[in-house]
Design a protein around this ligand. Structure first.
Ligand code: FMN
Length: 173
């Protein structure tokens, strides 16, 4: 009998490209597509960064461009994006709050510049989605292009592959 292949989505918000780079590499490893989140709110040069910081501190969420990625029928999803003021970037928070179709098996990849592991951001994300992530990874800006990250991404991808297979099996296939 043919085994059904689990479907995994990567949903990425990236302002300056670090998260997008990781999302693309994971997509290659897993042979899947990247869905980008867009907002016009942080597009302006310089002012966009200020706004991002202010919004993040104040918990003001930016409108996301609709329609959101169509992830209905996916067995697993990876959310990927930056840490802003210790928490997931506001477009990620908005996405996790707005998207009602998130699959059971969720992974989270965060990029950050502070050498301290972004535990508050992981905790905040977990609180929003209401369940633990099946795999998490945090990558420093300066690590993004180092060879070591390839191994960590591969391990993350493998965890997601197993979790998505588990989710598919649970769904009755
Ligand atoms: C408004 C703003 C706030 C940030 N706050 C933090 C922070 O609290 N901790 C941290 O480690 N990095 C912080 N950063 C750095 C980003 O997380 C980091 O550069 C990340 O790789 C950017 O991802 P991107 O290139 O995908 O947009 C912040 C960046 C911005 C623009």
């Amino acid at each position: 009998m043919l085994q059904k292949v689990p479907k995994i989505a990567i949903i990425c918000y990236s302002k300056t490209g670090h998260s997008r780079n990781l999302a693309e590499r994971l997509a290659l490893m897993l042979d899947i597509d990247v869905f980008d989140l867009h907002t016009k709110r942080y597009g302006m040069p310089f002012f966009g960064f200020l706004r991002a910081g202010f919004d993040s501190v104040q918990g003001k969420l930016p409108p996301l461009q609709h329609p959101l990625p169509d992830i209905a029928g996916y067995d697993a999803a990876i959310i990927c994006g930056p840490v802003w003021t210790s928490y997931p970037a506001t477009p990620l928070i908005n996405y996790m709050q707005e998207e009602t179709r998130l699959p059971a098996a969720l992974g989270l990849v965060l990029t950050h510049s502070d050498p301290k592991r972004p535990d508050d951001a992981f905790a905040k994300a977990e609180q929003i989605v209401g369940r633990p992530f099946v795999a998490v990874e945090a990558v420093l800006d300066k690590e993004v292009f180092l060879p070591d990250v390839e191994g960590r991404l591969a391990a993350f991808a493998e965890d997601m592959r197993l979790a998505s297979q588990g989710a598919l099996n649970m769904s009755g296939w």
